[in-house]
Each structure stands twice: as C-alpha cells, then as structure tokens.
Design a protein around this ligand. Structure first.
Ligand code: HEC
Length: 147
C-alpha cells in the first residue's frame, strides 16, 4: 500500500514537471526579448500556438504604442482545437468560455478604430490573464510583460 502511494505521488510530480502551466517562469528581463525556448517534439500544439500569440501580442503592443496599424497573423481560432499538454484542461467548459472571451477581444481589435486600440489591447491582455489565472498560472509573469 505504502508503495502505491509513493508511485502515485511520483507520477503526479512528473506530470507537474512536464506541464507548461506549472513550469517556473524563466521570463526574459527585457520586454523586447522573444521567448527564447527551443521548440522540442513534446511541445503541444496549444503550447506552440501560445508562444506565437505571445510574440504577436508583443508586436501589437509596439504597433499600438506607435499608433501604427495593428497586424494579426496568428490563427487564433485554433485555440479551440489545438491539442494541449493536459488535454482535460482544454476540454473543460471553463477553458472554452475563457477561449471564446479571448477570441471576442481579438475580434474587437480587428474591427476597431485607432482611438479605441489602447483600451482594446489592454482588454485582450486581460483575457489572456483571466484564463491563465484560472487554469494555467505558470506563464503569468511573462504575460504581465505585455501590459
Ligand atoms: C482559454 C485559456 C487561455 C487563454 C485565453 C490564453 N492561454 Fe496561454 N495557455 C493556456 C494553456 C492551457 C496553456 C498550456 C498549453 C499546453 O502546454 O498545452 C497555455 C500556455 C501558454 C504559454 C506557455 C507556452 C509554452 O512555452 O509552453 C504562454 C507564454 C501563454 N500561454 C501566453 C498566453 C498569451 C500571451 C495569451 C493571450 C494573447 C494567452 N496565453 C491566452 C491557456 C490560455
């Protein structure tokens, strides 16, 4: 019996270590810095999409700050279908509700006038953070740099 408990505890620990949601934040100190993480074959579709979203949001932050046209190139709707490191997380109703809120905030930016951009950008980043606070706190420090 004792043994089984140890095995279960160890498996949970391993799962926590491979999950990008619980990883320790190795945030780059500069806002300019991209996420310098080499991709590896174990990266989930969702993790790769998130990195692309992060890089794009960083560019948009500069575009908004410089009053330049905002350009989107990531296919955001994939957030609803991309496979995740922890599939049960992305399958939850909670995830879908947060994902739809985020997609809505992207759509709002795509149809906005330049004067609305600053507040709509803040709203988009707030949508990233709401989902992360609820189900994936690991990258929060990194995401805060987008504010
Ligand atoms: C609906 C919930 C949700 C929203 C909205 C969301 N994320 Fe995520 N994010 C996740 C989940 C879940 C993961 C873990 C992905 C995995 O490992 O499969 C993740 C992972 C990440 C990671 C770590 C990727 C890696 O290197 O492994 C970063 C960085 C990230 N998100 C940034 C963002 C940014 C920036 C936004 C907004 C532009 C955002 N997220 C919006 C749920 C969300």
């Amino acid at each position: 019996m004792q043994h089984i408990h140890k095995i279960i505890a160890f498996s949970l620990l391993l799962l926590a270590l491979i999950s990008s949601c619980s990883e320790e934040d190795k945030a780059p100190s500069s806002i300019e810095a991209k996420i310098e993480q080499p991709t590896n074959p174990n990266d989930s579709e969702l993790a790769l999409l998130m990195r692309a979203m992060f890089d794009e949001a960083q560019q948009i932050k500069h575009q908004v700050a410089n009053e330049r046209p905002v350009k989107f190139h990531v296919n955001h709707s994939n957030i609803l279908t991309a496979s995740a490191t922890e599939p049960e997380k992305a399958a939850s109703d909670e995830f879908k509700a947060f994902a739809n809120g985020y997609l809505e905030s992207v759509k709002n930016m795509q149809s906005a006038s330049p004067t609305q951009m600053v507040s709509l950008y803040d709203n988009m980043v707030e949508n990233c953070m709401s989902c992360h606070r609820a189900i994936c706190p690991g990258p929060l420090t990194r995401i805060k740099k987008l504010q």
